[in-house]
Design a protein around this ligand. Structure first.
Ligand SMILES: Cc1cc2nc3c(=O)[nH]c(=O)nc-3n(C[C@H](O)[C@H](O)[C@H](O)COP(=O)(O)OP(=O)(O)OC[C@H]3O[C@@H](n4cnc5c(N)ncnc54)[C@H](O)[C@@H]3O)c2cc1C
Length: 401
């Protein structure tokens, strides 16, 4: 392990978990990641290994069979995993968000029913807000749920579900007008439904179709799908938390911890790009010396290392703030924004250091170059992060009088 991106003040348990994950990443993920990614192949063996390590239950409380660890431990594990292959961190991320939403907002029956099986990885989560016509503007959601006896009947089309095919539990945000007076604010007429389904594609249950994988430029291996609901019946006891109208706030709570997670991914991918760049720069010779001895390349390495260190520090700060029970939306937004921008820049510099070989599919940096842009978009784009950061700063620094 290099000097960069170390975290002070970890417990022995945290250090032990991280060492185990790092060893797994070095032995089981890095050697196969690029080949699997090029084939767009789901990493079944890696997922089985993660289950054995207990990573699907890392933050699930011990009473439900999880490890009951903190957001910081989780984020540091995600950083390690993304250093190996970002797609694998995507497989865990939506699972983690759904488990977190259940833990925070679920009824006792929902927690008892889902969390023990989520801790083992038997039940795997996906979460779904985006639609073909909207992503940033969640308040414009059009998918609808209408009460019919003991069920709700769901209709609408969802877009961009990470793990849409492989998951067996999807948290879906729909509009519900039932029980709300006329003129209710859009945010207060949304509900999260917990939809259980079989993994796979096509019609996975009556009224629910997962059409197939969306072809992507990067972030391959993990499946990203649409989801079509056409008269899908969901029992009323599968409304998250048991009451309608709270879905927007539940999803935003999930996305907030998801942002720390995306920041951690950015840190991991940037670290790997730095490792590849600093290694190549010492092996490649031009004009009679290793390119690392040219000042222009040293300056790149200096900038890359500084960005890796800064992004890591902000990500750790955001996670610790949440763990201490404080509001962390400002810190999470800043960490997500900075880590994803720096990740893109560090990856680009590592790519430039590789010269022409960076353009070859034989070199790992080619994969990283296609993966980094996803972080600029997922869990809220850079523009949306800046809106959140700007609003919060104005709240904090409001002029009196
Ligand atoms: C690979 C992948 C996986 C994903 N996984 C999931 C998932 O699991 N679940 C899920 O629900 N969603 C998922 N998403 C969707 C993702 O959250 C959205 O793509 C993202 O929120 C942006 O929404 P959009 O694509 O509709 O862009 P838009 O909202 O249409 O934005 C387009 C552009 O306009 C900018 N913009 C929008 N509004 C404003 C404004 N008010 N001011 C300034 N600029 C603005 C945006 O920043 C962006 O640059 C995934 C996306 C991808 C690519």
């Amino acid at each position: 392990m290099g000097r960069l991106a170390r975290t002070e003040g970890l417990t022995d348990v945290q250090r032990e978990i991280l060492a185990t994950v790092r060893e797994f990443v070095d032995k089981e993920i890095i050697p196969v990641a690029t080949e699997l990614e090029h084939r767009d192949e789901y990493p079944t063996r890696i997922v089985e290994g993660l289950k054995e390590l207990g990573l699907f239950g890392l933050m699930i409380p011990e009473e439900y069979g999880g490890l009951g660890e903190s957001l910081l431990t989780y984020a540091l594990c995600v950083e390690e995993i993304a250093r190996g292959w970002m797609s694998v961190s995507g497989i865990i991320n939506t699972h983690f968000i759904v488990a977190y939403m259940l833990k925070q907002h679920g009824t006792q029956e929902q927690k008892d029913h889902f969390l023990p099986r989520m801790a083992t990885g038997e039940v795997r989560g996906a979460f779904s807000m985006s639609e073909p016509g909207l992503g940033s503007d969640v308040s414009a959601i059009t998918s609808k749920a209408v009460r019919d006896g003991d069920d709700y009947v769901l209709t609408g089309q969802k877009m961009w579900l990470t793990n849409g095919g492989s998951s067996t539990l999807v948290a879906v945000l729909c509009r519900t007008d039932e029980g709300h007076p006329e003129g209710t604010a859009p945010h207060r007429s949304m509900t999260t439904f917990l939809i259980e389904k079989e993994p796979g594609f096509g019609q996975v249950k009556p009224g629910l179709t997962i059409p197939g994988k969306i072809e992507k430029m990067g972030y391959k291996g993990v499946d990203t799908t649409e989801l079509i609901m056409d008269g899908l019946r969901v029992p009323a006891d599968r409304v998250l938390g048991g009451a309608t109208g709270r879905g927007f706030y539940q999803m935003m709570d999930g996305v907030e911890v998801g942002r720390v997670n995306v920041a951690a991914r950015g840190c991991g991918v940037a670290q790997r790009a730095f490792e590849l760049g600093v290694s190549y720069a010492q092996q490649r010779h031009t004009f009679g010396k290793p390119i690392a001895q040219h000042q222009a390349i040293q300056f790149k390495l200096a900038e890359m290392g500084t960005k890796v260190e800064a992004a890591h520090a902000m990500m750790v700060n955001a996670a610790r703030k949440k763990d201490s029970g404080q509001r962390n939306d400002l810190e999470a937004g800043m960490a997500k924004y900075l880590a994803s921008e720096y990740c893109k820049e560090v990856v680009e510099d590592a790519f430039r250091i590789h010269g022409g070989y960076g353009f070859s599919k034989e070199y790992e940096i080619e994969r990283l170059y296609r993966e980094a842009p996803m972080l600029l978009i997922g869990e809220g784009t850079a523009e949306i992060q800046k809106m959140i950061i700007g609003r919060r700063l104005l709240e904090e620094y409001r002029i009196q009088g």
